[in-house]
Design a protein around this ligand. Structure first.
Ligand SMILES: Nc1ncnc2c1ncn2[C@@H]1O[C@H](COP(=O)(O)OP(=O)(O)OP(=O)(O)O)[C@@H](O)[C@H]1O
Ligand SMILES: [Mg+2]
Length: 262
């Protein structure tokens, strides 16, 4: 369980997070809010990259102030919003193998995990490439693979599908769904409200460093999102005007409408 209590955080004396309480277990929680509302800053507290100015963050009973990022990373995998500067190995294989090797796994298991992680993000066949030679979207997928290979209990994904094309975005989404079904807790930071609708069970909304909403996805979409610079997905508007009500996707809407006609 991740437990955040009365978290305040200031960069150089300027407070950007205030009074944040958050509990998270094995759900997909979407963390949303306008640019600069504090999403990335909050996410960096979960694996100890940042330490609270006031209040506390605990991961499975470990207070992040008393543990190193290396220790906490075994529990909370964090994929950066802009991962291009995080690579340091000479090949893609070694880059993805680094984490599992550090966990002390044997080479067979390391290889299995690397293969699985690269397949999950459509990077099979890239094993011998140097990370720096990859395109932006490929680097982003490599960063996700590096975290996947460690199979951490919790995953924090900071805008994982931004900048990916449809096919690769879809692979990442399927990977998130699979990890969730295997019992991992996932904090998904995104500006994509369709993705929130599709994947999230719960939504946490930040506004100016404060948590202003934390609840089920259906309730979230009944808020006046314009106040927070967010848009409602069109499929929800269609659900409303057709009288179907809350749906998560176009196919769900079509099914509901077809069912109505029977
Ligand atoms: N390293 C830093 N030093 C000083 N201020 C920072 C630093 N990083 C972020 N900030 C400030 O903290 C606030 C919150 O930033 P943060 O990156 O957490 O927002 P965000 O919600 O992730 O935004 P975005 O949607 O643009 O990614 C902003 O006002 C930002 O300018
Ligand atoms: Mg951010």
């Amino acid at each position: 369980m991740i437990r955040v209590r009365d978290l305040h955080f200031a960069y150089d004396g300027r407070e950007v997070l205030r009074e944040i309480d958050l509990d998270m277990e094995s759900e997909v929680v979407a963390l949303v809010g306008q640019n600069g509302s504090g999403k990335t800053t909050l996410a960096k507290h979960l694996n100890g990259l940042l330490k609270p100015t006031k209040g506390s963050v605990e991961v499975d009973g470990l207070d992040t102030r008393e543990h190193t990022v290396a220790e906490l990373s075994r529990k909370v995998g964090y994929v950066f919003q802009n991962p291009e500067h995080m690579f340091f190995e000479e090949t893609v294989f070694r880059e993805v193998a680094f984490g599992p090797r550090n966990l002390g796994l044997d080479e067979d298991e390391v290889e299995k995990r690397v293969k699985w992680a690269l397949r999950s993000v459509n990077l099979e066949g890239y094993e011998d490439r140097t990370p720096y030679s990859l395109s932006g979207g490929e680097k982003q997928r490599l960063a996700i693979a590096c975290i996947l290979a460690m199979k951490p209990r919790y995953l924090v994904l900071d805008e994982p599908t931004t900048g990916l094309d449809a096919k690769n975005g879809e692979s990442v989404i399927r990977t998130i769904e699979r990890l969730h079904s295997e019992g991992h807790g996932i904090l998904l930071i995104t500006h994509d409200m369709e993705l929130v609708l599709r994947l999230a069970e719960r939504v946490v909304l930040l506004h100016d460093g404060r948590k202003v909403f934390d609840g089920p996805v259906e309730e979230f979409f009944s808020l006046d999102l314009h106040d927070y610079g967010l848009d409602k997905p069109e499929v929800l508007l269609l659900g409303e005007v057709t009288g179907v009500g809350f749906v998560r996707s176009v196919s769900e809407l079509v099914k509901a409408l077809a069912g109505d006609g029977e």
